[in-house]
Ligand binder design. Structure first.
Ligand code: UDP
Length: 324
């Protein structure tokens, strides 16, 4: 039997594929390479290039492959773009998931692990955020992910299809093997942008706002290593097999770091100076996002291997310095 990883050529998907293959699983990847990269595809996985929204294509993959479970990463994920092009996000994210769920129903595949996000909460009412807290997304990206979660909830009720939705906080770092890591084009995420400074790809890092109500005025986020994320997906699949029960679970380290603290950690990790420029706030950024991680520890028995941000950044640095 095989695990289908939709979006397995992307940043988090590729790390999950590596973890599955390292465990000896048979892995099938579907990716349209819209934001994925061929060099992130594991050589031992069977790769089908195509779009989730192409029903005939997706059905042909389910016909050929003995799929027993799905991990779904294939979605657009940039908050800023989603504000400008909400319909693109509803089309790719919501419609793509609709076709995937229809195909799973047709081929009687009952388990799906879903890549959700802390953006489903919107501006949090309290920190750390618990899964039962209100979900009021402040951008179309978060809204589409929440809609995808709700589609799965109703598919569970109607068809007995079980899901684990993992609401990620800030994924970062790279596989310690140095072969795969965080690649985006354009890059918008903090840690890869900071590391572009010592890589001589940009003169400085722009800090978006230093007037937030936080200890140093910059935004606080919960940074979680991508291999710890990958591990949680595998545990979620095992949980579905053992308990056949749906869950929605936060996935973070439970510790908050400010933008300036991350820059300081990057200076230490790289041993290089990093010039900083303070810029205005970026629209849509909440001041503070930190996960309550009790549920992932209790339900999936997960604990993070990487809790030190300097070590996390070193894994990313290791990857980028091998690319040049
Ligand atoms: N950020 C920044 N400069 C950048 C990119 C990001 O100051 O060039 C800040 C951003 O405002 C946020 C934090 O870094 O507070 C993390 O941003 P990222 O885009 O990595 O993830 P997000 O939290 O938006 O998912």
């Amino acid at each position: 039997m095989a695990i289908l990883v939709v979006g397995g050529a992307g940043y988090i998907g590729s790390h999950t594929v590596y973890a599955l293959v390292e465990r000896g699983e048979d892995v099938v990847i579907v990716d349209n390479l819209q934001t994925g990269f061929p060099q992130l595809i594991h050589p031992n996985a069977r790769f089908y290039e195509g779009d989730l929204r192409d029903k005939a294509f997706l059905e042909s993959v389910f016909e050929k492959e003995p799929i027993e479970g799905v991990i779904h990463f294939a979605a657009n994920s940039l908050v800023g773009v989603s504000m400008k092009e909400p319909l693109e996000y509803f089309d790719n994210n919501v419609y793509g998931t609709l076709v995937l769920l229809e195909t799973m129903k047709k081929f009687n595949v009952k388990h799906i692990v879903f890549s959700s996000t802390a953006a489903t909460y919107g501006e949090p009412k309290r920190i750390p955020i618990e899964e039962s807290d209100a979900t009021e997304p402040t951008n179309p990206y978060g809204e589409t992910k929440l809609t995808m979660e709700k589609m799965m909830k109703w598919c569970d009720q109607a068809y007995g299809m079980k899901y684990v939705a993992l609401r990620y906080f800030n994924a970062c770092g790279a596989h310690p093997n140095g072969k795969i890591g965080e690649l985006h084009d354009p890059e918008t995420h903090l840690i890869p942008l900071i590391l572009q400074v010592p890589l001589n790809k940009r003169p400085h890092i722009c800090v978006f706002g230093n007037d937030y109500p936080t200890k140093d005025g910059t935004c606080i986020r919960d940074y979680i290593h991508v291999c710890d994320l990958a591990d949680a997906h595998i545990r979620a699949l095992e949980y579905l097999k053992a308990h056949n029960q749906s869950e929605t679970i936060n996935l973070g380290n439970g510790e908050g770091y400010s933008v300036l603290e991350i820059i300081e950690a990057a200076k230490k990790a790289t041993g290089q100076p990093i010039e900083v420029k303070i810029e205005p706030r970026r629209p849509g950024d909440p001041a503070k996002l930190v996960a309550n991680t009790q549920k992932v520890r209790d339900v999936l028995g997960w604990t993070p291997r990487y809790t030190d941000v300097e070590e996390i950044i070193r894994t990313a640095w290791n990857f980028y310095t091998r690319q040049v």
